[in-house]
Write a protein that binds this ligand. Structure first.
Ligand code: BTN
Length: 258
């Protein structure tokens, strides 16, 4: 095996003691259908907030918009966390913005020197190529936050992907980056819960790769071209369309004319 296996003790070493208290379970599997599916069914059976599931491989890894997520054995990170919000979570799209910022912060904490870019709603890019994806799924007043982080995807057929091995040109410590990711989630999800998106907006702006770019936004209802003017307080994409009108989008796919 090219990479050291995921190891709970090594992962927990990178979680600060006060954040470790928020970690209810850390289940690591060799192979699962999907770490998100595992925690969705555990949520239905009363699984605790702060439960984490990791897998070395996924046979049915899921991406956004019903796409499959490339999940070979022992290379990348497939991580899900169950979180129960005390107040009802009304706005999953703003949470997904906050989680994208948490992933970017994790990469910085790991020591990635190359600029991390966030592409609305929640793609994590480097050199305009996809490094990580986030899939949030709700059930029974809780949310499962799924993160796929590319460590080594040379075998993938996906175009325009990048991985940590290529970025750093060094061996990747998957236990350290996973621990740092959990540390970030466990410390910032409570902040999101009390303050909402506002604590994350300044960081989003720092990483926002779409701001001032000419783009096309595709939604099931319409296709619109224009120039991005950032996001609003709710995490919606702001687009000045060709007639000069400012439109907001709470969902959609964005294609950039780089
Ligand atoms: C995307 O399409 O950008 C989101 C990809 C999310 C993939 C992760 S891998 C861990 C978790 N389990 C899944 O089945 N999907 C998410």
């Amino acid at each position: 095996m090219k990479y050291e296996l995921l190891d709970p003790q090594k992962i927990c070493f990178f979680i600060e003691p006060e954040n470790r208290q928020q970690l209810s379970a850390l289940d690591i599997f060799n192979t699962l259908d999907s770490t998100n599916s595992y925690l969705l069914s555990s949520a239905k059976k009363g699984g605790l907030s702060g439960s984490v599931c990791l897998a070395e491989a996924q046979t049915k890894g899921r991406g956004r918009r019903g796409r499959a997520w490339f999940s070979p054995l022992g290379t990348n990170i497939y991580c899900s966390m169950l979180w129960r919000f005390e107040r009802e979570l009304l706005d999953i799209s703003s949470l997904s913005i906050a989680v994208a910022v948490m992933v970017a912060k994790t990469l910085e904490a790991y020591g990635i020197k190359t600029a991390v870019q966030l592409k609305w709603p929640n793609d994590v890019l480097v050199f305009n190529r996809k490094l990580a994806g986030i899939l949030l799924e709700c059930t029974h007043a809780s949310v499962v936050i799924g993160i796929g982080l590319n460590v080594d995807v040379k075998e993938a057929s996906e175009e325009n992907w990048i991985d940590l091995a290529e970025i750093t040109e060094e061996p990747i410590d998957r236990n350290r980056i996973t621990g740092l990711l959990l540390n970030e989630l466990l410390s910032k999800l409570p902040l999101y819960e009390t303050d909402g998106l506002k604590s994350f907006l300044a960081d989003w702006q720092k990483y926002d790769v779409l701001c001032n770019k000419a783009v096309t936004v595709f939604t099931p209802e319409k296709t619109i071209t224009g120039v991005v003017e950032g996001i609003n307080q709710k995490g919606e994409l702001l687009l000045k369309d060709e007639s000069g009108m400012l439109q907001s989008f709470c969902y959609g796919e964005v294609s950039v004319r780089w």
